[in-house]
Design a binder for this molecule. Structure first.
Ligand code: MSP
Length: 532
């Protein structure tokens, strides 16, 4: 089983383009693994607890639960609009998750991994958080952004993170693929020097935070939001498993899912949350090295080199983009114009350009002309018998090598390179059509056999492209398959892709535009940012 998860999104606001990217990336990988023949479990969800949600809810004068549920709906609606096909929904207020977190806390306490101690330090009343020396300005003082800063003493529960620091260092340095891409693993190794310095505070007194999971052994406290949120990856995977009395039939079988093959997260939450806290938490629970998950770390979408943020007013709204350009154009762009692991600049003009160029002009055009000419010149019948000439053979080779390049790129999560591999072959097909001119061959009865061969090559290539593009664009791929009248085309696995998907004598359907061109003058308006 290929078990794939994403970060769970904070519900203190509406989804933005970064959230949409991560979830589309995960959906594409899940669909690709299915195409590879794997059984897949894809988990995504929302992070509903914590101070940010409580604070924003209070500002709006509503209960945090009402507020979190309202925002959760925005995420659910967007995922529906973008055609995400996930198997599990991790919402951290779910009773099953709450129960699991509390069991884990109890267990860790029994194992001596948790202790209570008093901490004295500087506390920002406005930001409701303890400050460290890193928060001081150049003058050594806490700046005005912190508001009133007071010295307080507070008792809290701590997790013995530092006891696991040595193990973590050994594991991360000796396990090549524990973080992908490798430069992010090196980044994590660099950050490990400080991992053993302090233990992790995992509680918040209810006086300052009520919106969280209560500590089962100390009801005056709730669980720190990260400690709660990270556990979603196992709580919604059925942990602790079927052989314990805590088994829950509504959850998957933990043994068959764990360890996760890919936790898909952004670069900002690698250190310390996923790269330090999470493996140490698992280690403390008794998970072995072989039972550690793999992290797939993606980069960020920025706006003209700058971070997207509400205060800069440059947050891009994926919902509006999907409405304006269609979910297919948005899905395509989000995985086509970024290299997994690196950052990219979001640019609505490029979204339109890439869609129009690679989908409308190239793939859409190829499908349209192949089916149109097969209908007009060959009575909608594909005839495949002829021996391939050198040019046909070159096209078949191009098709086979595009499948190989696609597989190689997808296996290392480089979706953009995989899409370029498809486009490369589609462009070769359109050039082949231009050179062989089936529209002229059709005028001469002596050209009939050649005409049939050329069109058969084009139709066959469309069938290949439909399968290959299906993880990124499932709906358009299904439309291509329907027009080809190949009902079970998309049930094929990647290994079954070989020349000859379209049998001799096959009757194709009528072409209808699968990728209608986007008209450019709407770009400016739709790229509008949500400046709140
Ligand atoms: N709730 C935590 C994650 C808990 S996981 C146990 C969180 N939430 S978040 O809403 O702030 O971010 C959710 C995901 O979106 C993270 O993986 C984050 O890296 C990603 N992104 C946030 N902004 C992004 C971009 N501008 N671009 C790409 N991804 C970005 O962190």
């Amino acid at each position: 089983m290929f078990y794939l998860t994403t970060a769970i999104d904070y519900t203190n606001g509406a989804p933005h383009i970064g959230h949409a990217y991560e979830k589309v990336l995960a959906d594409v990988i899940a669909r690709y693994r299915r195409l590879r023949g794997d059984e897949v479990y894809f988990l995504t969800g929302v992070d509903q607890h914590g101070q940010k949600v409580q604070q924003t809810a209070e500002k709006e004068g509503v209960h945090p639960a009402t507020f979190a549920n309202r925002n959760t709906k925005l995420f659910l609606n967007l995922w529906k609009k973008l055609g995400l096909d996930y198997d599990g929904w991790a919402a951290t207020t779910d009773e099953r998750h709450v129960t699991c977190v509390q069991r884990i806390l109890t267990r860790l306490k029994e194992r001596g991994e948790l202790y209570k101690k008093a901490y004295r330090g500087h506390y920002s009343v406005r930001q409701e958080q303890f400050l460290t020396d890193k928060d001081r300005g150049a003058d050594g003082e806490f700046g005005p952004e912190w508001g009133e800063v007071v010295e307080i003493e507070e008792e809290n529960w701590y997790f013995r993170l530092s006891d696991h620091a040595e193990w973590l260092r050994r594991w991360v340095t000796s396990t090549e693929d524990c973080v992908v891409p490798d430069f992010r693993r090196r980044e994590l190794i660099g950050a490990l020097d400080r991992a053993g310095e302090a233990d992790l505070c995992i509680s918040r007194p209810k006086e300052r935070l009520r919106w969280g999971i209560e500590l089962p052994f100390d009801p005056d406290y709730v669980t720190y939001v990260w400690f709660d949120a990270l556990i979603n990856y196992i709580s919604f995977a059925g942990y602790p498993g079927n052989d314990s009395d805590a088994a829950d039939d509504s959850l998957p079988d933990f043994k068959s899912l764990w360890p996760a093959d890919a936790h898909i997260i952004g670069k900002d939450i690698l250190v310390p949350a996923h790269g330090i806290y999470w493996p140490c938490m698992l280690h403390a629970m008794g998970f072995t090295d072989e039972e550690m998950p793999t992290l797939l770390v993606h980069g960020w979408w920025n706006i003209r080199g700058e971070k997207m943020s509400k205060s800069l007013g440059n947050v891009v709204d994926p919902d509006a983009l999907a409405d304006r350009f269609g979910p297919d154009a948005l899905r395509y762009y989000l995985v086509r114009d970024i290299t997994t692991g690196k950052d990219a600049d979001f640019d609505a003009e490029r979204l339109v350009m890439l869609y129009n160029q690679e989908l409308a002009n190239e793939l859409g055009n190829l499908c349209n002309r192949a089916l149109n000419m097969t209908a007009r010149f060959c009575g909608s019948t594909v005839t495949t018998g002829a021996e391939p000439d050198a040019e046909d053979q070159a096209l078949r080779d191009s098709c086979a090598s595009s499948v190989e390049a696609y597989r190689e790129a997808m296996d290392r999560y480089d979706i953009a390179a995989a899409l370029r591999a498809i486009s490369g072959h589609v462009t070769a097909c359109n050039a082949y059509a231009e050179r062989n001119k089936p529209w002229e061959l059709s005028k001469d009865p002596a050209g009939k056999e050649r005409l049939q061969a050329v069109l058969a090559h084009l139709v066959e290539s469309v069938a290949h492209a439909a399968v290959l593009i299906s993880p990124v664009l499932p709906e358009p791929a299904a439309r291509l398959a329907r027009q080809l009248r190949l009902d079970d085309l998309l049930e094929r696995k990647l290994d079954e892709l070989a020349w000859g998907l379209v049998p001799d004598g096959h009757a194709t359907g009528k072409p209808k535009p699968v990728f209608p061109r986007i008209v450019v003058d709407v770009v400016e308006e739709a790229a509008g940012t949500d400046a709140d």
